[in-house]
Design a protein around this ligand. Sequence first.
Ligand SMILES: Cc1cc2nc3c(=O)[nH]c(=O)nc-3n(C[C@H](O)[C@H](O)[C@H](O)COP(=O)(O)OP(=O)(O)OC[C@H]3O[C@@H](n4cnc5c(N)ncnc54)[C@H](O)[C@@H]3O)c2cc1C
Length: 453
Amino acid sequence: MRTRLVIIGGGPGGHACATTAARLGAEVVLIERDTFGGAAHLWDCIPSKAMIATGNARSFMGRVTRMGLHGAESDVDLAKLKERLAAIERRLESSVRTLLSSQNVEMISGIGSLLGPKLVGVETDDGHREIEADAIVLATGSRPRNPDWANVDGERILLTRDCYPPSVLPEHLVVIGSGVTGVEFVHMFRSMGSEVTLVVSRQQVLPQKDPEVAAELESDFLARGVKLLKGARANSVSRDGDEVVVVNCEDGRIVRGSHALVAIGSIPNSEMLGLETAGVESDRGYVPVDVHLRSNVPHIYAAGDLSGRLPLSSVASMQGRKIAEHAMGMTARSHRHLDYDKAASAIFTEPEIADVGLAEADAFAAGRKVRVTKVPFASAAKALINDDSRGFVKIVSDPATGVVLGGSIVGRHAAELISVIAVAVTNGLTVADIHESILVHPTLSEALSEAAE
Ligand SMILES: Cc1cc2nc3c(=O)[nH]c(=O)nc-3n(C[C@H](O)[C@H](O)[C@H](O)COP(=O)(O)OP(=O)(O)OC[C@H]3O[C@@H](n4cnc5c(N)ncnc54)[C@H](O)[C@@H]3O)c2cc1C
């Protein structure tokens, strides 16, 4: 008899799991209440990057005169932008559906929950259905945190999901939260023409990142007229009349703007999932998992943001694939566990920021001896051709063996370029392996090769 795998949540975690398990011979049912492709396609990764692309194109138009063209920044047409986001979302959902049906995954549109350790219920437009499962995957994702003190109204006081696009372009947006999401939205709105103030709770934006990388972003923000309010923890946001919002900070500082965006993290979608009914333990709504992504109930797995691990779409997909392999009994073969410390990540500001593996600051903090090589993009011909020589490549390696331990890139296409260092970190390659590869000229990758020399 075929293993029946029932997955709740059709985001990157759920649909990657579904296709892999189906390919390995499972009978797969995938339940999604909204869009197959998940919040990643509908609310998070894709619409945010599509809006950033519009902002980048606009700021590029402001610079083209330097490249021998006549051009000028134009205003953003929010109605056209809205159509574009909807078209991208339709295209992506259709390709996810095509992929799932090509693997004979049964897709059910409805709200899923656990009715018992091996029983899943689904509420659909046609009524209630119950499905027995050999294994269950919970991949219901997360949503933006909406704190009581913020008085979010979706009009002037916003969460990220109110921004795709907002009904009017904010004249002056106050962004609360200087993590990855906060800084991406600062960049997005600044490049579309809004004035922006960023409320930073510590003394550095991106507090988890390499200080040198964060400093590069801060100086870019300041050069572009973004105001940084450092060491300021917001504790209330409210409206003052029709057109003004007021952000109060714990130390008494006050910022006024036309709009505020609250970007202070997310919370898991697990309230109505029936975790207790099936005996699944949770921790503040997240489902703790072991190395195989199993909850405390061995045949119930959790993937993606719900697992409380690194909240990235790429990580969710990899977790989904690993779960499929484990549920289909592939633990015996050389099956690598997911190493979260080797996941590459990027911040889509301009310049982009990307990193993977061991950071220089963390190596020093741990007293670990490392070799650090840093090459500015200014030395690459392609950067001059692009008229954009901001940023650098930094590679962290083991001084004894040359094995690449990590790296950071700040600059154009950093999110693409980091892949070379990520492959090296994951596979134990050395700096010589990178340096001896013949890369294309002229490209920004040449700075990578130089840093690996
Ligand atoms: C603004 C923003 C930008 C981001 N940008 C990036 C990026 O550029 N790159 C990156 O790697 N990560 C990015 N992330 C993170 C990324 O979006 C998440 O890590 C990723 O979506 C997690 O995937 P998932 O499968 O866990 O869940 P999701 O993508 O959240 O999908 C979960 C799905 O489950 C469904 N669901 C929930 N409950 C039920 C239920 N009871 N029954 C049926 N269906 C249910 C939901 O409708 C949803 O479709 C971003 C996050 C935010 C907030």
